[in-house]
Design a protein around this ligand. Sequence first.
Ligand code: BGC
Length: 375
Amino acid sequence: MSVAVGMAFAGILFPPSADAAKNPKDVRRATVQVSEFGHLPDGSTVHLYTLANAKGSVAKIISFGATLTELWIPDRTGRKRDIVLGFDNLEGYLGKDPYFGAIVGRYGNRIAKGLFTLDGKQYSLAINNPPNSLHGGTSGFDRKNWQGQPLEVEHGAAVKLTYHSADEEENYPGNLDVSVTYTLTDDNELKIQYSATTDKPTVLNLTNHSYFNLAGEGTILNEILYLNADQYTPTDATLIPTGVIAPVAGTPYDFRTPTALGARMNALQKEGGYDINYVVNGQPGTLRLAARVKDPDSGREMEVWTTQPGVQLYTSIGLDGSIVGKRGVAYPKSAAFCLETQHYPDSPNRPNFPSTVLRPGQVYTEETIYKFFAK
Ligand code: BGC
């Protein structure tokens, strides 16, 4: 892919790439198209970045929330469907939106009672999920309009989004500069690379909150999940980890043998589905397989690779048909699953969990790849 500099917001398709010529199987070339998605109440423009790869798969990302709004992936017959939940327009994302496709921060997941202590000072966060703080507070990174810039990459199409989170925003310390790069590669991978720096010690836990349904419709109850996780972090009734790192063996949380998502839901602590963090096997900081999901009907498969220590499995328990999403579909319970790669919930209060502290001079870097196949 190559980038036409200076035309970033003119809705351009980038010129033929040398990559496509090198690989005769790449019948198309990867492109990035930039257009307007809508305007915020303050008049600022929300941009839409449409990434298309050489296979014709498409990922759409908007600057508001650095949100993945559409992901078109082929099934075993080559038929493409949009396999993520979301809204047709900006009004949807500004309204009752359960973080569809958004980048969540500063702290994805929960912090108990909205309190944590760092270097002897206590910080108090918004209690937006009583009695806890969830997903960065009342106006987290999912509610911010990021700056987008198409990037020149080989064998794919990419956009980099940046956001400056001011010191004390949502009561978190430190001026934090965050960047998130989405790349749709010609191998049908959606790669998400995160980077951040701060000028004061702070805590940080970024994730992408996409709701996947590999069939592109209905529920995910028959989709089959494998998780590369021997352990998980059991929680109390408010979904705060007890601090114990427990084996999954012998529990309905064990997905080391591929199992339908709906097979054991009635045996779970939380009624109606999964909402739990797993400890991904292997070394945090190295890219390793966290999960594989298959839709037996369409043949679509997704692998999740990540550098993160954990992954939250959330089977959209909160959906109940009241949210009407893209193409007029009312999303029922279990319409989708989320595999939110991240640090464990409430890590700032759990010294035995991998640290989420970021200090001046350090660079936060994480990467997650959602890779798609059709079999
Ligand atoms: C959390 C759920 C929460 C949901 C909101 C997930 O990441 O684990 O508890 O209800 O986000 O969309």
